[in-house]
Design a protein around this ligand. Structure first.
Ligand code: ATP
Length: 385
């Protein structure tokens, strides 16, 4: 496929370059809100993921962009054009579904060319386009097979080719790798990323797999109960979550509700948790007393929590006993029951040291800059619909 048909320039986030825009979009099903007033801008050329738990409204959002659903209120714009009067088949988008939705009685090449045939494109042109699409997904050798004669990964490549043959401006991917086993899924993630880089078009992917979203996306929108909790780059979302929901949903974390009780020379904030732990946190930026309400949640990722049998020197250090040990090969996952009662988890690289046994007394510790303070009032209020 000639790649000049696709835009190859990577997007810069400017007002003019939004490829897909949702303005205050609400979708009700039988008076129940599935999407509650979404505002979203996806830039041209971005790999954008919508991530969230089951039932949070991800697929509905994608279907609203595709034109398979109509908003109850609000607008969907694609390349600056309001799509309210544009049916799905006239939108410059194509969708790849988790189920592939291939026709089992048609060969791979007929599956890929089917949409173009319906549009009455001349057959010589269809052949050329189908071959280009097959090359893109490295499936030229399988053109005459039936879908049932292909592996799951190969079927998914055909589904991708069938979407790409239309040369869409935007590819919509609904859990595209959801039906594949873990190893194949990892391989296909690399292929998807390569394809995106090669084509330079906008990809919008729905997934509930946080690792997939973190590894593939330029930006991620984390959804919860029909609303967006946070939009940001993978490192914004993982390292600087803004709400307890995002911190908890993306990766593992230890969450400890508490109150800001003081500060030390303006550099560190002092929080006392509900169980009476005193935690020091680096101040500055979002971590200022002015920016936060007194009621907060301390979040510390397990990989930041270290273990020692000797008393360490650290901003935050607590005594406890080993409550669980999970050997994961590359890592060891620990649970430590503190004397204050809570159990903190720690994730350590496996360096081949002997594993501590249950109930061994240990210290857990971390630095003031290793934890985040989240506003406990930041959970989204129910939006009026
Ligand atoms: P999953 O990851 O399980 O696919 P999701 O985040 O994609 O979930 P949606 O499929 O968008 O969630 O569904 C959001 C809410 O809207 C759910 O409560 C769902 O039951 C409801 N819903 C979706 N489609 C319809 C429909 N056609 N009719 C009625 N309710 C619907």
């Amino acid at each position: 496929m000639s790649q000049t048909v696709y835009s190859t320039s990577k997007a810069v986030a400017t007002e003019a370059q939004a490829d897909v825009e949702l303005k205050h979009v609400v979708k009700l099903f039988n008076d129940e809100p599935a999407v509650r007033g979404l505002d979203l801008r996806v830039n041209q050329g971005e790999f954008f993921s919508i991530l969230g738990p089951s039932g949070c409204g991800k697929t509905t959002t994608l279907r609203l962009i595709a034109g398979f659903e109509t908003p109850t209120s609000g607008e969907v714009l694609i390349q600056g054009v309001n799509m309210s009067r544009t049916p799905a088949h006239r939108r410059p988008v194509n969708t790849v579904f988790q189920s592939y939705a291939l026709f089992d009685h048609m060969s791979v090449k007929d599956n890929i060319g089917f949409g173009l045939k319906i549009k009455r494109m001349p057959s010589a042109q269809i052949r050329e386009r189908v071959l280009d699409a097959l090359k893109l997904v490295r499936m030229e050798a399988f053109a005459d097979r039936l879908p049932t004669q292909l592996s799951g990964g190969q079927q998914q490549r055909v589904a991708l080719a069938r979407a790409l043959v239309n040369r869409p401006a935007v590819m919509l991917l609904d859990e595209p790798l959801g039906a594949l086993d873990l190893k194949l899924r990892k391989q296909m993630q690399v292929e998807l990323s390569t394809l995106h880089r090669q084509l330079g078009i906008t990809f919008i992917m729905v997934t509930h797999d946080q690792e997939e979203a973190l590894s593939l996306s330029d930006r991620i929108a984390v959804m919860n109960a029909g609303q967006i909790e946070q939009i940001g780059t993978p490192s914004d979302i993982y390292d600087r979550p803004r709400t307890p929901f995002v911190a908890d949903f993306i990766g593992d974390t230890n969450l400890m509700p508490g109150r800001i009780e003081g500060s030390r020379s303006g550099e560190k904030l002092h929080v006392v948790t509900e169980t009476g732990l005193r935690v020091w946190i680096q101040a500055g930026g979002e971590h200022s007393r002015e920016a936060l309400s007194p009621s907060v949640v301390v979040s510390v990722r397990p990989e930041k929590v270290r273990l020692s049998q000797e008393p360490p020197t650290a901003d935050n250090c607590y005594q406890g006993q080993v409550s669980h040990v999970m050997y994961l090969g590359t890592h060891v996952h620990w649970g430590v029951r503190l004397t204050s009662g809570e159990i903190l988890t720690a994730l350590q690289t496996n360096r081949g040291n002997a594993l501590l046994t249950l109930d061994t007394p240990v210290y857990v510790y971390w630095g003031a800059s290793d934890c985040r303070l989240l506003d406990s009032s930041s959970a989204p209020a129910d939006a009026a619909v």
